[in-house]
Design a protein around this ligand. Structure first.
Ligand code: ADP
Ligand code: ZN
Length: 640
């Protein structure tokens, strides 16, 4: 076996299990960690378990890191990579992700490169040469590439660490299985002395176990962070028809002016129509789905990442390959089929840790079509159960975050204060009479009606179908005239959730009264329903002053002469400068600085390059490279 980690006089002796263990207590080592954190990343403290994880890696031990999106996983291998001799190999599933990460690192003055299938042989050889000459510290590779290159790598340069990013791709149970990932278990045998770490944002327990087994990690230390994403607001809007939804979305986007967002839809057709609708109203949006060519999809993705369009309307196919940190909102035009999917999709917002808003539209029509998908799928029982759990989220009468976290095994009785339920706790009323009207109408029409016809009967609408079937002559015809149709929709959804009725999918989606429903109808068993409040405003929508949670608590603001500063204008000016710098270098704006760093600049108003270097997220390299330009813009705002 080749020497994979030559000892160097300076730096860590990490990378070999039999090397001297990293000394936890040593304050000198601690200093080195914090100095590197400030120098390269511009931060003064680690987040959560980052420091522990980094120490574990430096001690040469295998580990698995489970952290939500935006939690700060990358730093857990990037920082050790800089402190250990040799090259850290990062295995990443998509070229676009690799490119993004390499760009981000290079922007920080860190020697990073990637080997991918888009390169010519010559280019690839150059990269390997650079690794050999110690010019590269972090090398990104796809799994198939690494296996093809295993011989060069073994022979050519010392490897300090293998970091398997998006490690859930190794598991068939995971969200995004990639057969190439399963081959990675060979690495453990080929490089027995190089530590290996697996990282993922997938919380699922089965998947976790599978990752450990598949990658053959050795006595791994497992780090599990909370999957809570407190910066994401959660809201649900129920029972809206297309037109009202579209209007609602336009209002929502108006409230998020200039902020990037994604709208997920159930079908390609919807994706196209929603994108078209938005464009008609002057909102820049493009569709993204599997029916478009690869070129169109990649140019849409690029336009979004580079902030050239504001919105992408997409099927689930969108999002996996992008690292864009400034997605400020995610809307689900339709309900997803499971909480896993939902959490992955909303998780794409707010990676920079700043507030982001999520909104789910929930309707009877979605329940019908999703149930059909679930029933017809191979693992129908599991899928039907998953859908049910998703519906529970939509119908929640307790904090929505609590439901999400409970789903991922983090039981809590929290009240997050950043979801619509916490903001406007649902009010219950005695809905027995109301439920009885609906149940009676279903029984009197011999359980032969679906939702639309039921509402027609209750509302007393003389529709064609009502007349031809003689339903205008039944006793409950018009008994629910006082309740608007949209509310009837919402009440029927609640009754479904309560188990008073069920949908007979095999019989044209007709509604059937359950035994519990019969108790309500015939024995007067009481039913509590939730008041449908038309005036409730979801988090992230106007009427809520200030619009989002204040970014900074007022007295946290440092003393700066900033009497006449208009935050919004300064922010726009900083964004513009970021954009110009990004364009100059052909990079997405968030790679230059994340929104969070811009917000910090706005808050601190550094008036010299030295002060600029105090801004969290500004490391040495960016201070030298951009300090003057940003300080100049800020000075212009501060001087008057
Ligand atoms: P993940 O890979 O887990 O989705 P990232 O590694 O992209 O998350 O990190 C998300 C954001 O958090 C990045 O903008 C990153 O710079 C920032 N971040 C990471 N670690 C820290 C830290 N210790 N202090 C402040 N910000 C951090
Ligand atoms: Zn809540």
């Amino acid at each position: 076996m080749a020497e994979t980690s030559p000892t160097m006089k300076t730096g860590w002796k990490g990378g070999r299990r039999d090397d001297k263990m990293f000394n936890f207590a040593s304050s000198m080592e601690r200093d080195i960690l914090y100095q590197a954190l400030k120098k390269y990343f511009g931060y003064t403290s680690f987040r959560g378990t980052q420091e522990e994880i980094i120490r574990c890696v430096l001690s040469g031990r295998d580990c698995m890191v489970l952290m939500p999106t935006g939690g700060g996983k990358s730093l857990c291998y990037q920082l050790p990579a800089l402190l250990m001799p040799g090259v850290t190999i990062v295995i990443s599933p998509l070229i676009s992700l690799m490119k993004d990460q390499v760009d981000t690192l290079v922007q920080m003055g860190i020697a990073a490169a990637s080997l991918n299938s888009m390169q010519t042989d010559l280019e690839a050889r150059q990269v390997i040469n650079d690794c050999r000459e110690g010019k590269v510290k972090i090398l990104y590779l796809s799994p198939e590439n690494i296996l093809a290159r295993v011989d060069d790598l073994l022979r050519d340069f010392p490897i300090s660490l293998f970091a398997v990013d998006e490690a859930h791709c190794v598991s068939q149970w995971g969200y995004d299985f990639r057969p190439e990932y399963t081959q990675l278990n060979r690495l453990r045998n080929l490089f027995p002395t190089v530590p290996m770490m697996a990282l993922t944002a997938t919380a699922d327990k089965v998947t976790r176990m599978d990752i450990l087994n598949q990658l053959h990690l050795r006595q791994p230390q497992v780090y599990v962070s909370s999957f809570d994403r407190p910066n994401l607001s959660l809201s649900v809007v129920k029972g809206m028809k297309k037109q009202s939804k579209d209007k609602f979305i336009r209002e929502f986007i108006k409230d998020h002016s200039g902020q990037s967002g994604i709208i997920y839809c159930l079908s390609r057709r919807l994706v196209d129509t929603v994108a078209r609708m938005l464009n008609q109203y002057g909102i820049t949006a493009l569709p993204y789905h599997a029916g478009l060519t690869a070129e169109v999809r990649s140019s849409t993705q690029e336009a979004f990442v580079y902030d050239r369009i504001q919105v992408v309307c997409a099927t689930v196919a969108f999002g996996m390959g992008i690292d864009k940190s400034n997605i400020r909102w995610v809307i689900h035009y339709n309900m997803p089929k499971s909480i896993e999917n939902f959490y992955q999709e909303i998780g794409r917002a707010g990676r920079d840790g700043l507030p982001a808003d999520t909104l789910l539209f929930y309707s009877y029509a979605d329940v019908i079509s999703l149930s059909a998908f679930a029933r017809e799928s191979t693992q129908h029982e599991i899928n039907e159960e998953r859908l049910k759990r998703m519906q529970e989220y939509a119908e929640a009468t307790v904090c929505r975050r609590r439901i999400l976290l409970n789903y991922f095994g983090e039981t809590s009785d929290m009240k997050c204060d950043n979801c619509d339920v916490c903001h406007h706790p649902p009010r219950l009323f005695d809905g027995t009479m109301l439920a009885q009207k609906a149940l009676s109408a279903i029984m009197r029409s011999e359980q032969n009606v679906g939702l639309k016809l039921l509402v027609d009967i209750l509302r007393g609408n003389y529709s064609q179908e009502v007349k031809s079937r003689g339903y205008d002559r039944i006793k409950t015809f018009g008994a629910g005239r006082d309740v608007p149709p949209r509310d009837w929709n919402a009440y029927v959804l609640q009754m479904l959730q309560l188990g008073l009725i069920e949908i007979a999918y095999q019989e044209d989606n007709h509604l059937k009264v359950t035994s519990l429903g019969r108790e309500v109808l015939f024995e007067g068993r009481p039913v509590s329903l939730t008041v449908i409040d038309r005036d409730v405003v979801a988090p992230g929508l106007s009427n809520r002053a200030p619009r989002t949670r204040p970014l900074f608590v007022e007295d946290e603001r440092p003393e700066v002469t900033r009497s006449a500063i208009d935050d919004r204008e300064l922010y726009e000016a900083l964004k513009l400068l970021r954009r110009q710098i990004a364009d100059r270098q052909g990079m997405p704006p968030y790679v230059v600085f994340s929104d969070r760093v811009l917000e910090e600049m706005m808050r601190r108003c550094p008036l010299s390059v030295d002060e600029f270097s105090e801004v969290p997220g500004v490391g040495d390299y960016k201070r030298r490279k951009y300090g003057k330009e940003f300080v100049k813009v800020i000075r212009e705002f501060v001087k008057d």
